[in-house]
Design a protein around this ligand. Structure first.
Ligand code: NAD
Length: 542
């Protein structure tokens, strides 16, 4: 097929549906939840377009009702992964020859199917498997994934800006896919990221082995079905489930590994990077390493900040989706003059938070993802309660009997360098350091230097000069900065997302920055009247 580019309109972000009582989307979502609750699919690996149920099976349960099994998936292990790599490499030549416009049509179709008939399937799966409320599922598995697909088509169609030609020679630049396959390893917390990490390289002509997080297997299963329904050819994306280590080991051992598209913890990304480094001489090409990892996201309140928007941003930023967002507000710096009133407002908001089964739409919070997360977080809670330098101001609602429920927790620290101000907890725990109003500069230095991460941050200030100063001091402290807003909720096309330092390679998912990592440009020069003598004029005597 000829590569006939199409003039596409600039995409607009998918509107967020309200799910208000009486709305058609609310009825459709409830129906989908009821249906999905009774299905319990046996999730297959998909290799060369064929389903495979090899490997020991494991249960995927609802975090808010952990006795309820919502899917079964299988441990891929090394042998299944090797077959997935082989299938990808077999599909590579034809997919690389497929014109961008044709590849893009598959993903444009996936976006339209997701905006329409598939919306409540993938929202429902995300709610059941990952314990997201209807709103949190809608902004993730519907809107953000639709936006990733549409905006990547848009940005991808604009990447190949052509070099200048002359009358004597014509020049062109061709964007080839990487030579080999891309390993996409995705986290449990965003269905949109899980869908984007394999599809973005595939859109640029690459073939992919995709390993979703175990706890996200249900929504990943439906996402793969969506890609297939949209016409993705067999072998372009091969999905394998289960423990990441044996899958990654098999991929890193392959000379054809051309890239890793990772989102998850800093520890795992560093292990993958190390593994590639150790084998660097064995690869046919230098693997591209793209990783978005952890965060310890700050909220800095200047003494001029408005109180109520700050309180709301802290509560939403810290506790929505149980604080399991890489961008969650997790450390706050509040001036002494504001703290008594702010504390009162925070405690009042926290007292109103309802937590429970996400199928009950009156709940603001669900449960944390699994027992491991619950145990880790309750360990932190016990430690903070015993620590004389910490005052736990709120921690109601923790229970593990039915689901992994961690209540919204607020802690005030007297030591601004306490571990709870430095480490990513990945749960609904907000720590606050109250600073002397006269020490704004010292506090900004603390914000910058306390944690190894640099993902998101928010500055609340009504004083523009103070805001400009804070933005300058905190220039390297976050890849996504919010002014008078919470540090979560980046929208594709509006706030390209990613952070530096220990938070990742900052390749900004859903933007041209990211797509450029998945292409290997080739330039071509064609000379129309080539020279026919070796010597140059300067060599002549006269
Ligand atoms: P995780 O690192 O535990 O798991 C991520 C993926 O890596 C999963 O698919 C997992 O199975 C796999 N994995 C685990 N161990 C592995 C190993 N040894 N080798 C290869 N793969 C392995 O992370 P998670 O708990 O799923 O997600 C939470 C983390 O993700 C948090 O740190 C969060 O900040 C981060 N995150 C970052 C962003 C971002 O854009 N910066 C977005 C979402 C999540």
């Amino acid at each position: 097929m000829l590569d006939t580019p199409i003039a596409l309109p600039v995409p607009i972000n998918e509107p967020i549906l309200s799910y208000a009582p009486g709305s058609p989307e609310r009825a459709a979502l409830k129906e989908s939840l009821a249906k999905l609750s009774n299905e319990c699919p046996d999730v297959p690996h998909v290799i060369a377009g064929k389903a495979s149920h090899e490997g020991a099976s494991f249960d995927v349960t609802s975090p808010h009702a952990h006795a309820r099994v919502v899917a079964r998936a299988h441990e891929a292990g090394a042998e299944v992964t090797k077959r997935a790599i082989a299938a990808a490499m077999t599909a590579a030549p034809a997919w690389a020859r497929t014109p961008f416009a044709e590849r893009a049509r598959v993903f444009s179709r996936a976006a339209e199917l997701l905006a329409g008939p598939w919306r409540q399937v993938i929202n429902g799966a995300t709610m059941l498997g990952q314990s997201k409320t209807a709103f949190q599922a809608e902004i993730d598995s519907a809107c953000e994934l639709i936006d990733f697909l549409r905006f990547n088509v848009h940005f991808g169609s604009k990447l190949a800006e052509q070099p200048i030609s002359t009358p004597a020679s014509q020049h062109s630049l061709e964007l080839r896919p990487l030579e080999g396959f891309v390993l996409a390893v995705t986290p449990f917390n965003f269905t949109a990221i899980a869908g984007n990490l394999p599809s973005a390289p595939a859109m640029l002509g690459n073939v992919v082995v995709w390993k979703p997080a175990e706890n996200q297997s249900l929504a990943a299963y439906h996402t793969m079905r969506l890609f297939e329904a949209a016409g993705l050819p067999p072998g372009v994306i091969n999905v394998v489930y289960g423990n990441g280590a044996p899958v990654a080991d098999a991929c890193l051992a392959s000379p054809d590994l051309a890239g890793i598209h990772f989102t998850g913890s800093t520890r795992v990304f560093q292990a993958l990077w190390r593994g590639v480094g150790e084998r660097i001489a064995s690869y046919k090409t230098y693997p591209r390493l793209v990783g978005e990892t952890g965060g310890k996201d700050f909220v800095f309140a200047h003494p001029s900040a408005e109180l109520e928007p700050l309180a709301v941003a802290l509560v939403r930023g810290a506790y929505e989706f149980q604080g399991q967002k890489c961008s969650a507000a997790s450390r706050a710096y509040v001036p002494q003059s504001m703290w008594p009133k702010l504390k009162e407002r925070l405690l009042a908001h926290i007292a109103e938070i309802k937590m429970g089964d996400v199928a009950d739409f009156s709940n603001f919070m669900g449960a944390v993802i699994n027992e491991r997360a619950y145990t880790r977080l309750s360990g932190w809670r016990d430690r903070l309660k015993k620590d004389a330098s910490c005052t736990v101001l709120a921690d109601a609602g923790w229970s593990r009997e039915v689901g992994w429920f961690c209540g919204p927790t607020l802690v005030q620290v007297s030591d601004p360098k306490h571990d709870v101000m430095q480490e990513e907890l990945f749960g609904p725990v907000l720590s606050v350091f109250v600073y002397d109003d006269a020490k704004v500069d010292e506090t900004l230095a603390l914000v910058d230097s306390t944690s190894p991460y640099a993902l998101t941050g928010a500055i609340f200030s009504q004083d523009r000069a103070a805001l400009a100063h804070a933005l300058a001091v905190l220039r390297q402290s976050a890849g996504n900065v919010y002014v008078n807003d919470k540090p979560t909720g980046a929208v594709v096309g509006q706030q390209p997302f990613g952070g530096a330092r220990a938070s990742g390679t900052n390749d900004k998912a859903g933007s041209a920055f990211n797509l450029l990592r998945w292409v290997s440009p080739r330039t071509l020069k064609e000379t129309f009247a080539p020279p026919t003598s070796v010597g140059y004029p300067f060599m002549r005597e006269r």
